[in-house]
Structures are given as C-alpha cells and as structure tokens.
Design a protein around this ligand. Structure first.
Ligand code: HEC
Length: 119
C-alpha cells in the first residue's frame, strides 16, 4: 500500500513540476501588431529616405510626404514603390540616391497602417 501512495505522490510531483506547455501558434496569433507611431518612427523614416525630393521645405518638387496626412493618404503608393525590385524604374528611393528601405523599415510602415495610423 505504502508503495502505491509513494507512486501517486511521485506522479503528482512530476506533473506539478513540469513546465507549463504553451500553445505557441495561438499565442502568436493574439499578439498585437507592434505599435508604431508617426511622430516617433514613421516621420523619421520618411525624412531619412525620401527627402529632399518629397519635402517641399527642402525644395523637393515631388509629391509631398512631409506630414501625417500625406504619409497616411499615400501609404499604399509608398509601400508599392519601396517594395519594387531595385532595378525597376519606379523603385523608390529614386535611382537609389538614398539607401533602399530595409525589411524592418518596410515592416514598420506596414505595422503603422495595420495598427490604425497612430500619431
Ligand atoms: C532623389 C529623389 C527622390 C527620393 C529620395 C525619393 N523619390 Fe519618390 N519620386 C522621385 C521622382 C523623380 C518621382 C517621379 C517619377 C516617378 O513617379 O517614378 C517620384 C515619385 C514618387 C511617387 C509617385 C508620386 C505621384 O506623383 O503619384 C511615390 C509614391 C514615391 N516617389 C515614393 C517615394 C518614397 C516612399 C520615397 C522614400 C522611401 C521616395 N519616393 C524617395 C524622386 C525621389
């Protein structure tokens, strides 16, 4: 009899001590889109990569991307251009006069849109 109790105790102990198994797929699904804000990230990225051409204050003559509204209203075109192959004549930044956006930078713009265009 005693042996049986011991066995039970052992089984309970093993279960109690085993690490909780997480359901990774489900947890990742519920993970919120990383919060991206225009003021802290998007404006800096566009300024770094799209100035001076798209910044009227810097004598840019191309479509302005210098405000929150402009960035938001043109996000589809902006993403389309930066995701083109780099040798496409429509690729932006124009003729690679500025370095191409990194995958992280493109993801940042997408997450900004997905997250509802936080200021
Ligand atoms: C060196 C100057 C230069 C830089 C830097 C530059 N562009 Fe442009 N952009 C142009 C020129 C020139 C055109 C017009 C030719 C064309 O449409 O391909 C243009 C046009 C565009 C258009 C089409 C605008 C319209 O009138 O509909 C988009 C969208 C665009 N650029 C996005 C970007 C983005 C996003 C960046 C930064 C990641 C960027 N560009 C950086 C020169 C530049």
């Amino acid at each position: 009899m005693k042996k049986l109790y011991f066995l039970f105790a052992l089984i309970i102990l093993v279960f109690a001590c085993s690490p909780k198994t997480t359901a990774p797929a489900k947890q990742d699904m519920t993970k919120a889109v990383p919060k991206v804000s225009y003021d802290t990230e998007v404006s800096a990225l566009l300024l770094k990569s799209c100035a001076p051409c798209h910044y009227p204050a810097q004598d840019g003559k191309k479509k302005p991307f210098d405000t929150y509204e402009a960035a938001k209203n043109n996000i589809t075109d902006i993403l389309a251009r930066v995701e083109l192959p780099q040798d496409d004549p429509k690729f932006m930044p124009f003729k690679l006069k500025k370095p191409a956006l990194t995958a992280e930078e493109i993801a940042l713009l997408k997450n900004w849109a997905k997250g509802g265009y936080s200021m």
